[in-house]
Design a protein around this ligand. Structure first.
Ligand SMILES: Nc1ncnc2c1ncn2[C@@H]1O[C@H](COP(=O)(O)OP(=O)(O)O)[C@@H](O)[C@H]1O
Ligand SMILES: [Mg+2]
Length: 229
């Protein structure tokens, strides 16, 4: 299996007053192509911090994180933005949809940064909305959708570029049980059919039930890393 993420001796400290708080302590991990893995642990254990560094939204204090052959700490802000724009998909707890845009426009948005014609974009957007079962809502705006539907739009927006890696931080936090299972099944299908790798940060048992690999964090340490067969 090709390695797509390598975390080596990663330490992350946040400055607090005159001192600092250590959120990640010497973390070592590798992720291969096609993983459906989760960073799991109680609130404050470092899940989001690690996911943000893998997503080039933050940088290591010590050690190295290599994502798709790029060393996160060594990228200029412009190179980091390029990596996010071209290779990564993000799904957040709060959906982060643009309220004045339609479903179609929200999903099309990441493609506007790429070199594609309007026709190519439309085809891609509609194909992606079909996966998440929202082709009948293209003209709706986020306020007209349920939480589950909003999160499916967010999944489509993350997937529309066909990224190699999708990072999902507590994607079910605002969803009821039925919608949670629904979006997890959608992501599972994308993982199987497109071989897209997913890394979750979650403490939701429903999400954990779908994971093929569970990486347990506690106080900034990896305390368990197990593959589910
Ligand atoms: N920007 C920051 N400044 C200071 N402390 C932070 C910052 N971000 C996170 N932390 C601290 O790091 C720890 C881990 O946070 P986080 O990664 O968000 O945990 P989790 O996602 O597992 O709930 C927490 O104690 C949190 O308060
Ligand atoms: Mg978090």
């Amino acid at each position: 299996m090709k390695t797509i993420v390598e975390v080596k001796n990663l330490v992350k400290r946040f400055p607090i007053g005159a001192g600092s708080f250590t959120a990640l302590r010497n973390v070592n991990l590798e992720f291969g192509e096609g993983e459906f893995a989760g960073l799991v642990g109680p609130s404050g254990s470092g899940k989001t911090t690690l996911l943000n560094i893998i997503g080039s939204l933050d940088i290591p204090s010590e050690g190295e994180v290599v994502v798709l052959s790029k060393s996160i700490g060594k990228l200029t802000p412009k190179q980091a933005a390029q990596l996010r724009k071209e290779e990564l998909g993000f799904i957040f707890q709060s959906y982060n949809l643009l309220p004045v845009y339609t479903v179609f426009e929200n999903v099309e948005f990441p493609l506007l940064l790429l070199d594609m014609t309007a026709e190519e974009r439309k085809k891609r957007v509609m194909e992606t909305l079909e996966w998440v079962g929202l082709t009948d809502k293209v003209k709706s705006r986020p306020a007209q959708l349920s939480g589950g539907e909003c999160q499916r739009v967010a999944i489509a927006r993350a997937m529309v570029k066909r990224p190699n890696l999708v990072l999902a931080d507590e994607p079910t936090a605002n969803l009821d049980s039925k919608n949670s299972h629904n979006i997890l099944q959608t992501m599972e299908k994308i993982n199987k059919e497109l071989k897209t790798s997913f890394i979750f940060a979650t403490h939701d048992e429903k999400v954990i039930g779908y994971l093929k690999r569970i990486i347990r964090l506690q106080d900034g340490n990896v305390v368990e890393d197990k593959v589910i067969s």
